[in-house]
Design a protein around this ligand. Sequence first.
Ligand code: DOR
Length: 438
Amino acid sequence: MITKPLLIQGGRIIDPSQGIDEVGNLVISEGKISRLGSGQASLPGSDYDVLNAEGLIVCPGFIDLHCHLRQPGFEEKETISSGSRAAARGGFTTICCMPNTNPPLDSRATIDYVKSVAASEGAVRVLPIGCISRGRKGKELAEMGELAQAGAIAFSDDGQPLRSSLLMRQAMEYSLAFGLPVIDHCEDTALSEGGQMNEGIIATRLGLCGIPAAAEESIVARDLALAELTGARLHIAHTTTEGSVELIRRAKEKGIRVTAEVTPHHLTLTEEKVLGYNTNAKVNPPLRTKRDIVALIGGLKEGVIDIIATDHAPHTGNDKLSEFALAPFGISGLETALGSLMSLVHAGELTLAMLIAKLTCGPAKIIGTGYGKLGSLETEAPAEVTIFDPNREWLVDTSDFASKGKNTPLNGEKLKGKVMATIYQGKFVYKDESLAIK
Ligand code: DOR
């Protein structure tokens, strides 16, 4: 805990939850946001530390609704400790972990386990997502009531779809009783089976089997129909195609209770990254085309896509060293999220305020109010603050990652926009060494 009050001085404070975008001061005291504004009234009493934030952006800590922490069961890929430290380096103060662990998070015991490891070893808030189906086998529902009671914030079989429309209908009906969303991995496996990358000319050139846009869109369409039928809250994970954006737009127009996310990699990288059989660009759903990216950015701007989530999917070096067809899907994304997303701001595609909204109050709204005021710099809210330099250039070097997952196609690339400090519950959980506190 920061004992003295901390004055974060002269930064550009952007808090979309309150419509704030102004240069000013932010004071943290006793683990809470205590003052925000400019002028004399915004200064703390007498003895305080000062962080000079001139030229920096000061905003609520980022929230990631979708990451894989691999514990229990795959600790060689990631742990709650390493993943949450990677989150802190990426500016995230709340992360929600998917249940495709071993055992999967389909019982009170496994949710309790994640919560207790997170409480003792986590650098930031870790919120577990429970399975939809028992063992993620897609045959029968998990004990959804027990999972909700234990603290699951949503239900998902992410990593694979629910093949049975009937089971999905039942999951949605049950989810209504707990007011929690169903997070949907949309993939028609009859269409995607054997697929390695986006279906198209590059897959043909590389001799790789493709995954068509329709594999995603057919399940988006199915589950929107089921959300309409049941009235349940549906959240579409990792949206990647122009067609999906159009389907979600129409569903929202009809009043269906759907929200959607897009990842930094699907917003900034195309299928060309796979050229050279780069297994670090192998991800599911696959990197798509420029045309899809334009539609995804349009969806973010219009509010059809509500949030940005990393789908941080760490794997070991050996996992990714195999031939393309055998390598697992996934990109390690927590530590490059801001830097890669800032390319959209620098290119004039997204405003800073919109980008921050999609990483803060957007996901906070989906999580709900059970954890206090998340994603906001409101006075008295827990002091969860991200400070970043929008113009600082840095080279991605995976050997510097806190994550065990070095699997990113961005290694060696220059990004413009860097997290300088992350404060979680009033405490620095990450601070760039160049940032001085006086
Ligand atoms: O690329 C992916 N990796 N997509 C998923 O849906 C699952 C994830 C994983 O768990 O590795």
